[in-house]
Design a protein around this ligand. Structure first.
Ligand SMILES: Cc1cc2nc3c(=O)[nH]c(=O)nc-3n(C[C@H](O)[C@H](O)[C@H](O)COP(=O)(O)OP(=O)(O)OC[C@H]3O[C@@H](n4cnc5c(N)ncnc54)[C@H](O)[C@@H]3O)c2cc1C
Length: 470
């Protein structure tokens, strides 16, 4: 047995020595250990938190590589971090870890209108990239509602989606190549910057959505598209969620592909009603926001098809924004919904991110309605209905539902029903810590085992964002 205090003094000396070594790499200004500073990196939008030992703020790939190499040699767990806007605890530090924040690496290195691509550092804010490429007549479609603060590096590592995914796909579909720092500090490139490339396994897509558990992304080559000539938008309110979902199904049978079909239920409407540019009316129980794009000459006929579906499914009101002010109000209301749920005053909000085939959306909503009657929770549902992707928010106060077991059972029943309906337990937010207890419901043991083997090959010391996903 060690004499008392020996371990403590050994640890103090170890961390003092490590601090010196990390400061040599990063500069003392960019290596933080003061809890007043590191607390800012201790949580994400899931509401979970845990203090790291320290925070590194590298300025380039070489610093990331040397930092990870040292962390690996010294068995210091490393937690990569973008803006911390993730909703599953994926960037919440494990104890005694070093957070590597990529926010200083925020250069848009190039935009190439011939290759239809751009090269960016991971800390670039998604909305900033969109504006930059749009100035050159180009288009980066993935648009998570968090786009004004989340980073491209975080988007790549969660494979973020967004409203436009219904037509344009998710972040994965735009990643051409990645520069990645591996667990031992080696720097590799996965994928090719060309429009095509089939040399070797598709390692690039292994890193997309890996939640920082397989490597740290330090440079990204993204595919771009020409900016659509015109966009048309329609909002509609319905007297039931099922009617709104029927309208969504109708849209896909009408011969057009809308670029967005966003849904909000009655509780969601309650949160954003006063942000809308029109009066939703007292009978409003569901809201749809549909957008089409393409050639200017095609917009009127596309909107007509949207309108026909909405009318056929019994919309109470249809609203077409007359100008950019009203259009911005509609999108601000939609993007501001998640934070505005706080207005409802519940102590706890647990957000799920399920995805079912579009044709099963109504069945899922019926199941959620029943669940809300069995459990003492308020269920608020909104999301990217065009993708079948619903954000199911479980809202309650501790005095009504205080048993973790009961909460776990409720979430499990939602996940199980999602899978029964042919869906997946996460459409775009990922697994992180929150969904870890449920991953086995979807992935068979042999598939989970394959995940573990891949993790072991790429990160034998388990230093990269340990204890996340599985
Ligand atoms: C109001 C709100 C709305 C949202 N709307 C959407 C939406 O519509 N669609 C959607 O998909 N998501 C949405 N999200 C979730 C979140 O914004 C996304 O998951 C986003 O991609 C996270 O980016 P971030 O920069 O905040 O990453 P973080 O939260 O910091 O990190 C996310 C994960 O990526 C890892 N990571 C970050 N950077 C790197 C890197 N360079 N290398 C390796 N690993 C890294 C982290 O370790 C972590 O595992 C929303 C969140 C909020 C709060």
């Amino acid at each position: 047995m060690l004499p008392s205090g020996t371990l403590e003094s050994y640890m103090k000396k170890r961390y003092r020595r490590l601090s010196r070594l990390f400061k040599d790499i990063l500069g003392s200004e960019y290596f933080l250990t003061d809890p007043a500073d590191t607390a800012c990196y201790s949580f994400d939008a899931s509401g979970q938190e845990n203090m790291p030992w320290a925070v590194a703020l590298p300025a380039n790939t070489s610093q990331v590589s040397r930092t990870v190499e040292l962390a690996s040699r010294e068995a210091v767990p490393v937690v990569p971090r973008g803006a911390g806007s993730g909703t599953t605890g994926a960037s919440v530090p494990v104890s005694d870890s070093l957070v590597i924040s990529l926010t200083r690496m925020k250069r848009i290195k190039s935009i190439d209108p011939v290759e239809l691509s751009c090269v960016v550092e991971p800390g670039v804010i998604t909305g900033d990239l969109q504006r930059a490429v749009e100035k050159q007549g180009l288009f980066y479609p993935p648009d998570p509602a968090s786009l004004s603060f989340c980073t491209i590096g975080g988007n790549v590592n969660t494979c973020a989606g967004g409203a436009r995914a219904v037509k344009y796909g998710v972040t994965r579909d735009y990643v051409r190549s990645l520069q990645v720092v591996l667990a031992d500090g080696r720097v590799i490139r996965a994928g090719s910057s060309t429009a095509k490339g089939v040399v070797g396994y598709d390692l690039r897509h292994l890193f997309v959505g890996a939640e920082g558990t397989l490597g740290i992304v330090t440079e990204i080559t993204l595919r771009l598209l020409p900016l659509p000539e015109a966009v048309g938008t329609v909002a509609a309110v319905f007297s039931s969620s099922n009617a709104a979902m029927d309208a969504v199904t109708c849209l896909f049978k009408s011969g057009i592909l809308p670029r967005c079909a966003e849904f909000m239920d009655e509780m969601s409407l309650k949160c954003i009603r006063d942000m809308l540019p029109f009066d939703a009316g007292s009978r409003a129980k569901a809201f749809l926001l549909v957008e089409v794009d393409g050639l200017e000459s095609s917009i009127a006929s596309q909107l007509e098809k949207v309108r026909r579906c909405i009318v056929a499914k019994g919309a109470e009101k249809i609203y077409q924004p007359p100008g950019s002010r009203e259009l911005n109000m509609l999108w601000s209301a939609r993007r501001g919904l998640s934070p505005s749920i706080k207005k409802l005053g519940f102590e706890v909000k647990i957000s799920e991110d399920i995805c079912v085939p579009r044709s099963r959306l109504s069945s899922m909503l019926d199941f959620l309605k029943d669940a809300g009657q069995i459990f003492p929770v308020t269920i608020l549902t909104f999301g990217h209905a065009g993708d079948g992707n619903l954000h199911v928010n479980l809202l309650f106060n501790r005095k009504e539902l205080n048993s973790d077991k009961e909460i776990h059972e409720l979430i499990k029943s939602i996940m199980k029903r999602t899978i029964e309906l042919g869906g997946t337990i996460s459409g775009e937010h990922g697994i992180g810590l929150s969904k870890k207890p449920f991953i086995h419901l979807e992935l068979k043991p042999e598939v989970l085992d394959l995940h573990r083997q891949i993790k072991k090959i790429l990160d034998p010391g388990n230093i990269l964002n340990p204890h996340k996903i599985f």
